[in-house]
Design a protein around this ligand. Structure first.
Ligand SMILES: [Zn+2]
Length: 422
């Protein structure tokens, strides 16, 4: 296995900072071990006078290591990849993320007992989940190093969950590290008080060349396909990989990029809106249906079918409650998957109008979608720079509206009409 930071594409500055922090963290552990050593040799408890004023091996932020971190950056820039790699570097026995030792291996493989990855399945992370997490994070690390909690999409914390986390971040247990991932440090994404307790690691949108390089090296994708996919994915590493490998994902993208030339009238605009919404629903359904069925049958097995005699009625009532709870969670996850799928389509569409705009302006910038560049060029001639910009803005306004909880169908219909009228 290569170094744990190998897949963090185009983020040299962030990697250097994280390595310094991991080295500082290892030094803290060594200092802690040295402090405890005399007591072990003396075969008895150290007298209170011998104990220092500070916790042995406590974190001193000036050394580069601290208890709470926020990784920010646009989607696909590698926030969770960075957090996981840093977690591995903290558990690394030989260095700062060698990729060879058990600490690195188990963390990268998701089996390290002292590293917990929280990935929200629904629209938000609730307070119950957060309280349980904070409680477990306070226990002594079984591997003798650090308890690491990674919270992906920390911007989806409910307010109550955020408060539960804040308490832990304000008074962190000596061997606990929180790694949060969020799009930005804007108060909409992360509370100001949590932000003030964290060190921020900003990630940038990786350049297409760097994304293509990792697709070739790590995934064995042919260089020309990798270059096309990296440009089309606009710096989103995971999306680039999917486009390069999954024919279904390519088909969905082609359908989205066919929208501009299909907008020939009001009726066509509404048809295009329906098609986009339904494609997002189908994609979401495909991604969650298997997990839904597995969870339901597992819960039904656990609850036991049938059953008579005393207590059976109460048990059935309890079972109904648990099934209802599961359905609620699954519905929330499905909604999230639909929004994510729709958002990916909108980002592709925005890329098309961006291409038209840069061509109308004759800007020396490579197109996002090389395969529809000719079409975008024709649009640029017809719409000019202002018309292209208005259309790009219509797509971005649609994203913003959906984020602000406007019904997706209404937002997409308004966008399609704006794209048609210009
Ligand atoms: Zn290692």
């Amino acid at each position: 296995m290569p170094d744990v930071f190998a897949d963090l594409v185009g983020q040299d500055e962030a990697v250097a900072e994280l390595r310094r922090a991991a080295a500082a963290a290892a030094a803290v552990l060594r200092a802690g071990a040295a402090d405890r050593a005399p007591a072990l040799i003396a075969a008895g408890p150290a007298s209170p006078a011998e104990a220092g004023d500070t916790e042995p091996g406590a974190l001193d932020p000036s050394t580069g290591m601290t208890h709470a971190w926020i990784f920010t950056g646009p989607p696909g820039s590698g926030r969770s990849v960075a957090a996981r790699a840093f977690a591995a570097a903290l558990q690394c026995t030989y260095g700062t993320g060698c990729g060879e030792c058990p600490g690195c291996h188990t963390t990268m493989g998701g089996t390290n007992a002292d590293v917990r990855m929280v990935v929200p399945e629904g629209l938000s992370i609730g307070v119950g989940e957060m309280r349980a997490l904070v409680l477990r994070a306070a226990s002594t690390p079984s591997g003798g190093r650090w308890q690491v909690v990674v919270i992906e999409d920390a911007d989806r914390l409910t307010e109550a969950a955020s408060n539960a986390l804040l308490k832990a971040v304000e008074e962190p247990p000596p061997r606990t590290v929180f790694l949060l991932c969020a799009p930005s440090t804007h108060p909409d994404d992360i509370s100001v008080t949590i932000r003030s307790r964290c060190r921020v690691v900003p990630l940038r949108q990786p350049p297409a060349a760097a994304v293509a390089e990792v697709l070739v090296r790590r995934d064995g994708i042919a260089p020309d396909v990798a270059q096309w996919a990296a440009a089309a994915a606009q710096g989103h590493v995971g999306r680039a990989r999917r486009l390069a490998r999954d024919p279904e994902a390519r088909k969905r993208r082609e359908a989205v990029l066919a929208v501009p030339r299909r907008l020939t009238g009001v009726g066509a605009a509404f048809d295009a809106a329906s098609a986009l919404i339904e494609a997002a629903e189908a994609e979401a359904e495909a991604s969650v249906s298997e997990a839904d069925a597995t969870e339901r049958s597992a819960l039904e097995t656990a609850l036991g079918a049938g059953g008579t005699g005393r207590g059976a009625a109460g048990a059935i009532r309890g079972a109904a409650g648990q099934l209802k709870e599961l359905e609620k969670r699954q519905k929330s996850r499905a909604t999230r998957a639909q929004r994510d799928a729709l958002d990916r389509a909108l980002v592709d569409l925005a890329g098309f109008y961006r291409d038209a705009l840069t061509m109308a302006l004759r800007a020396p910038i490579d197109p996002v979608h090389t395969d529809t560049a000719a079409l975008a060029g024709a649009g640029a001639q017809k719409w000019d720079a202002e018309g292209s910009l208005r259309r790009l803005e219509a797509v971005l306004a649609c994203r913003t509206a959906i984020e602000a909880n406007v019904k997706p169908r209404i937002a997409v219909e308004a966008m399609m009409l704006a794209l048609w009228k210009g």
